[in-house]
Write a protein of this length. Structure first.
Length: 166
């Protein structure tokens, strides 16, 4: 019985038009990862922007930076919002929530046309401890995790765009 269910699942999956996102196939001359390497990442202001840009560079340019770019990625400055949660009876907060948001625009350099615009956000939380140093380290770690999440979201949105336009 399990074999029949697995076999029918495989047959239905092949009939639904499912195609893997990464890699080349008989319909595409260039894969999604190769298209990411054609994206020029513009500078992003502030320290958080520098970190986000470095994360994007690590994700996009796995084989080194390209000589010629086909697209330009412009990321808006990262906005940060800190909220203190879980207030105790002594009016002390023990939990913090960090919300980071930004947006990006992908421009085709051949036509100078904006082909993709998105807004992204990441929410992380951290513990507020009695030690000021420990709280600062925990907050900084949450900030880096949120920036990594933003870079993953940008990469995912661009991958989906490139897959749709193949």
């Amino acid at each position: 019985m399990r074999f029949l269910v697995a076999l029918s699942f495989v047959l239905f999956l092949t009939a639904c038009g499912f195609q893997p996102m990464y890699g080349k196939n008989k319909y595409t001359a260039i894969g999604v990862e190769e298209k990411l390497a054609l994206v020029q990442i513009e500078n992003i202001p502030d320290r958080e922007g520098q970190y986000l840009r470095n994360e994007l560079i690590d994700r996009f340019y796995r084989s080194g930076r390209p000589d010629n770019s086909r697209f330009s990625l412009q990321v808006r400055p990262v906005k940060e919002n800190l909220i203190e949660l879980d207030i105790t009876t002594e009016s002390d907060s023990t939990r913090g929530q960090l919300k980071m948001s930004s947006g990006f625009m992908l421009r085709d350099l051949k036509t100078n046309e904006v082909v993709l615009t998105r807004t992204i956000q990441a929410i992380t939380s951290y513990n507020i401890l009695s030690s000021e140093f420990s709280t600062r380290v925990s907050e900084d770690n949450a900030r880096l995790n949120a920036l990594q999440d933003l870079s993953r979201q940008i990469e995912q949105q661009l991958n989906l765009y490139f897959k749709r336009t193949q």
